[in-house]
Write a protein that binds this ligand. Structure first.
Ligand code: ZN
Length: 487
């Protein structure tokens, strides 16, 4: 019989191990190491899990040295359950960390070892996948490997974010994503907003059942009253009937009885979700047997990408109270999308939800990565920045922003050590925020990436700098949310 101690001792001696990655079970040992240029898995035992790699024998003991590919990621998730996502959305509080680059989890782990909010490390929309030319396999695998590397044993989730179509849903769920965010924007009838009351009433035939349920009723959610006029009910029906049917269909086909949590997203519309609308949708779905875990309404004011909240804080707080009451009444959490950098509302969110929230961030992790570039390689940053400016008009088609690029100073007039201050400039933040896809996929006439490889090389070299910046920046989000909870 082979001595386990010897297996471990040789591993330590012959491989450049990540100390927190060493895991020993009855089945054998799995660890992560770094050779001259890349990370590898080194495995002893775990014969029937499907790991593939090169066999090496050291002093009579066999090890398998495996590359970090999808096949080995799948085997790893089977072998060590903490490297697989789990259903964390039902927990008291959770936090989404869209990592467009596949390099942010190291910093996120450092931070989330200190907080009880459950991280959703893998969170990506199809739009982001397309713009970065990544796959869901890659998004999930990057997280699994980083979780192993840093020995993160707490549960974490994977969110198929803003999915609109069934093929996208099947794709995410087939890989084991544990959360489905259904984007209903294609089913919300926004043209109802422009209709007169007469038109709305003439187009709707309210059933007796609906009238009995919603009209002239003393409807209470917690201590708050909600009342519908006939025209308000008719507007709800016209605007959201198709959304409700769509959500029911997806829920019963893909979520009910499966290992996945369901978030309903109705935030991608041009006007805030009214309390009557939120209540109507929640009640119709709950009566149909749809178990909502989170709902993302569209809040008042503006949640633009990568910058602070724009709007009336008093009104936000007032509307937050009623949305929270509706969510509590039906037994789900509120989900706050585009949560990156919304520092002026986090305390309100923490307080009003009593710490029962899901908050999503994404682009701000990318912005911090670009800040590393501005800090550590001024000439590369200037190149990327000028390219971003040239792509700005094109990029605006994908994101709603009010950026004025005339407010961004000319990078050639700034000293190297001033470049990083561009990330305090909201117009620059948004410029870099929305051009990420163009930057990462730009190729020269020979088909070679212009920036991608140089950027990744720099991020690899500065990985600790980046991790520390994320701890500080995402940490500021959490600090404020928790500060609100304490009140
Ligand atoms: Zn959203």
């Amino acid at each position: 019989m082979i001595c386990k101690f010897k297996v471990k001792r040789l591993l330590n001696k012959y491989f450049n191990l990540y100390p927190l990655s060493v895991n020993q079970t009855e089945e054998g040992i799995i660890a992560m190491a770094k050779n001259e240029k890349e990370r590898i898995l080194v495995i002893n035992g775990f014969e029937n899990y499907g790991f593939s790699g090169e066999d090496v024998t050291i002093k009579g003991i066999k090890y398998k040295v495996c590359g970090l590919n999808h096949e080995n990621a799948m085997a790893l998730r089977k072998a060590l359950s903490f490297t697989a996502p789990s259903r964390v959305l039902r927990e008291q509080r959770s936090f989404g960390l869209g990592d467009r680059l596949g390099i942010s989890t190291h910093g996120h782990i450092k931070l989330f070892k200190r907080y009880d909010a459950c991280p959703i490390f893998a969170q990506q929309s199809i739009r982001e996948l397309n713009l970065t030319e990544r796959t869901y396999e890659d998004v999930l695998d990057c997280v699994s490997f980083n979780v192993l590397q840093d020995g993160f044993k707490k549960p974490w989730g994977a969110d198929g974010d803003h999915l609109k179509h069934e093929d996208e849903i099947r794709y995410a769920l087939s890989l084991g994503f544990t959360m489905l965010t259904l984007d209903c924007s294609e089913h919300i009838k926004t043209d109802v907003l422009g209709m007169s009351d007469e038109e709305v009433l003439s187009k709707t035939n309210l059933s007796g059942e609906l009238k009995n349920k919603y009209l002239n009723q003393d409807i209470k959610v917690e201590d708050k009253a909600i009342s519908f006029s006939e025209v308000e009910l008719a507007r709800c029906v016209l605007t959201y009937s198709e959304t409700i049917e769509f959500a029911k269909k997806i829920y019963f086909e893909y979520v009910d009885g499966k290992e996945v949590d369901f978030e309903l997203s109705i935030d991608e519309t041009s006007t805030p979700t009214l309390p009557v609308e939120h209540y109507f949708i929640a009640r119709e779905l709950s009566e149909a047997g749809v178990k909502l875990v989170t709902v993302a309404p569209r809040f008042c004011g503006e949640f633009q990408k990568g910058i602070d909240y724009i709007g009336d804080l008093g009104q936000f707080e007032k509307e937050m109270k009623i949305h929270v009451a509706i969510a509590n009444h039906f037994g789900y959490k509120l989900s706050i999308h585009s949560g990156s950098d919304k520092f002026s509302v986090f305390e309100i969110i923490g307080r009003e939800t009593k710490g029962h929230f899901h908050v999503k961030t994404a682009g701000t992790n990318w912005l911090e990565a670009m800040k590393v570039v501005a800090k550590c390689d001024a000439s590369l940053y200037r190149e990327v920045h000028k390219f971003a400016l040239s792509m700005f008009e094109e990029a605006k088609k994908y994101y709603h922003v009010t950026t004025n690029i005339n407010n961004i100073p000319d990078v050639d007039t700034l000293a190297d050590d001033k470049l990083v201050e561009l990330f305090d400039n909201n117009d620059c933040r948004q410029l870099i925020h929305i051009t990420y896809g163009f930057i990462l996929t730009n190729k020269d006439s020979k088909g070679n990436y212009v920036f991608k490889n140089r950027l990744y090389d720099l991020w690899d070299k500065e990985s600790e700098e980046y991790a520390n910046m994320l701890v500080k920046h995402i940490g500021r989000h959490l600090e404020l949310l928790y500060k609100g909870m304490g009140k």
